[in-house]
Design a protein around this ligand. Sequence first.
Ligand code: DX5
Ligand code: ZN
Length: 222
Amino acid sequence: MKILTSPSIFACDVLNIGKEVERTEKSGADMIHFDVMDGVYVPNISIGFGILKAIRGMTNLPIDVHMMTVKPEAYIGVLSESGADIVTVHNDLGEEEKIKTILMDIHSYGMMAAVALKPGVPAEAVLPFIDDVDMILVMTVEPGFSGQSFMDMTDKIAKIKEYIGDRPISIQVDGGINAETAAKCAAAGANIFVVGNASYKAPDMKKALDDIKNAAEVAYNN
Ligand code: DX5
Ligand code: ZN
């Protein structure tokens, strides 16, 4: 799979979000990661559909929307209208059948679908969804806040990589990712790197993303 970076716009300078999107493009990002938090599923509230649509209006980069809300199923249509390319939902929002229906609904709008696992959720939890997803998000922090310390999920990533086999499914990691932690995750099989603080708060965002991508590429291919 290709190694891709997805800067988490939640960690940008929000007063200058348009400029930050331009800086993201100029820094060579492959995607934009957009965190939606409802204050219920996680103890924080982030950004919503109006901002998503405004960002869509100014960039062609794929936008990967990470839904940290209790009822993602209520927003699939509006996510599609607002320009999401990938929609990620957490596995622990209800019964397996419910999650499967949400993933199918995401696909029915022509978007890519992904399932996310919090740090405490075991690798096996992806098995029921493995034929319904384009990407699996392994959280490397508890969802809710940017700037937390990386939690080592490499064993879980390696197991998931094995389950995936030759299916064209990406493994994304999110939380505390920098060049060093990206390399660890890549060695275990992760290929998409969400980067919040280590990109927007770096002195040189392009260099930060290049370093992460290079470190991950070397580790992934060894
Ligand atoms: C946390 C979010 C992350 C966050 C990452 O719940 O899902 O996307 O913005 O930020 P860093 O890379 O700073 O941990
Ligand atoms: Zn996220």
